[in-house]
Design a protein around this ligand. Structure first.
Ligand code: ZN
Length: 191
């Protein structure tokens, strides 16, 4: 396993639609190595998730995990490591909330992004088994963020121009209000 460099806004790979991975390819040492590297790189950067585009690979592979007390996102409920290959997200219901998100590929920035509060996620795990999960609240938002990456979309594309701020401005002006609202979202929708 190794920590890879995370590419940032401006690198065209972030704007590419990543391609589906075949089950044969998924079994290959290269793709299994990519998965291990995504996990290690995500953990080293304290991210909530990481998609293959973010380390320069245009394959539909992403990982998501929030550990207790994540310093970037202290308000996010913890959930276990999920490795997703070819993930597809279906919104359930029409409840949408504006979530102030960060992104390892858009350093120093927060953006308020509309996210469905209940989704079904279908994907292959790293062994190639089909998985179907319901995700809610902020966790549903994290999964939508990762699948957006695989479609070449970033938080700055989803947000209104005035809803994009520096992380420093967020810390100063937005954090207390958003963290209070995040707690309400967790109480209302679960994870
Ligand atoms: Zn991101």
């Amino acid at each position: 396993m190794s920590v890879r460099e995370i590419v940032t806004l401006g690198d065209p790979v972030l704007r590419e639609r990543a391609r589906e991975v075949s089950t044969d390819e998924l079994r290959s040492p290269e793709v299994q190595q990519l998965i291990d590297d995504l996990i290690e790189t995500k953990r080293a950067a304290n991210g909530a998730g990481l998609a293959a585009n973010q380390v320069g690979e245009t394959l539909r592979v992403a990982v998501a995990e929030v550990e207790e007390g994540n310093p970037r996102y202290p308000y996010k409920p913890a959930f276990p490591l999920t490795v997703m290959v070819n993930p597809v997200i279906e919104p359930e219901g029409d409840e949408v909330e504006l979530i102030t998100e960060g992104c390892l590929s858009v350093p120093g920035t927060r953006a308020e992004v509309p996210r469905n509060m209940a989704v079904t996620v279908r994907y292959l795990d790293r062994e190639g088994n089909e998985q179907v999960e319901q995700r809610r609240g902020l966790t549903a938002g994290t999964f939508q963020h990762e699948v957006d990456h695989l479609d070449g979309l970033l938080i700055v594309d989803r947000a209104e121009p005035e809803a994009v701020t520096s992380w420093e401005h967020y810390e100063r002006e937005g954090k207390d209000g958003f963290e209070a609202r995040a707690r309400e979202i967790v109480a209302r929708y679960g994870s």
